[in-house]
Design a binder for this molecule. Sequence first.
Ligand code: SF4
Ligand code: SF4
Length: 448
Amino acid sequence: MREGSLEAPIRHPLDWRSADFYDDAKLDAEMRRVFDICHTCRRCFNLCDSFPRLFDLIDESKSGELDTVASADFKRVVDACTLCDMCFMSKCPYVPPHEFNIDFPHLILRYRAVEAKKNGVPAADRALADADRNGKWATLISGAVNWATRRENTMMRGLEEKVAGLDRNAELPKYASKTLEAQAAAHPPMRDESAPAKARKAVLYATCYGDYNDTSIGMSALGVLARNGVETKVVHPACCGMPKLEQGMLDEVAEAARKVAAAFAPYIDQGYDIVAPVPSCALMLKFEWPLILPEDESVKRLAEATFDLSEYVVDIARKEGLAEGMAPLDGGVAFHVSCHSRAQNIGQKGAELLALIPQADVAVVERCSGHGGAWGYKKGNFETAMKVGKPAARQLQNADKKHVVSECPLAGLHIEQVIEALGGETPRPERVGHPIVLMARAYGMASS
Ligand code: SF4
Ligand code: SF4
């Protein structure tokens, strides 16, 4: 729920193909206009590190106002933003349709797009943002990659910090030895013929993380959907481009949008729903792409056909009912609502999904994890990510449940590391990749 306004926020299309968008003077004027409103308002002081940096710059300036802050210092504010969208979605009363027209995350995105156009994206960041290419080769040699990226491997991590800018202390995602697509092809989901007939057909968009890293999310989703009579296929045409969006690489995000929308169009024609298991990817398909390519009909149709995974399962439960056969879990669940789940404006669908499991004992925590995708791994950001993640990690730890889960797999991984750093008496909870994994367990399915 958003504070300060009862009206639903509106987001304007990004004007990224106009010359004005990249005009330094115009960008600076817009940053000064928005920052000055934020300075007067200050509601977002504790959301992330961007706002404290902005307010410190102003408070420590000669006049104590924005006019004596140098524009070059704005970069510090921009660099701390993870594009979590929480200021826009949950705090700001001045988002459109308000006349102040504040969209702080998209202003940051514009700044990064201008930087990327002017100076190019550093090679290491560009390489890190190519999630498909990285995933394809890393799954082929997953043993070696997982060994080389272990935190305990101090020599390799030192090297990776130097070459790729990955903070040596950040926990990095492991790679699977077989992609989700390969696993699903080897063990195709068998629709349960005894399940109540459903008129649904779904394509599970594998997503990079679901395809190359944690395949338990997709395998669990396939199992649960099959058990509920939904015919499901796994497709991964390409990365949604979120890592490139973070770098301001808007041309390449648009290219990904066109490619993925074209690949899903024939399925949508045949009546398939598109289901995205990772909230950031769902957010891209549903909201960011249509703002980047507002004239593209395939992108628009895809946005309308796309469901977040938790949203989809809850929709089945509401409209047709879920198949019987779930047993209670072996303990309670501390559930973290990720920022990009909140940014989809669909309510706490992950918590609703968990509540469908018999006798579910769920504690909900709605604070930013602080990780921000690849942003949080990077040297210079990791310490900030740990600091920002502390309140969420503390609340999840204090919930004292057996399991801890976030729909965002990277947020979950980061929170696990913050909980570890906090220490304390409470036993460390077991992290699972997504609430669907727990639902699959409740149905008696093993997720790989
Ligand atoms: S999008 Fe998130 S990280 Fe960026 S300024 Fe807003 S709240 Fe802070
Ligand atoms: S983004 Fe909106 S709510 Fe946050 S400080 Fe700026 S004006 Fe205030």
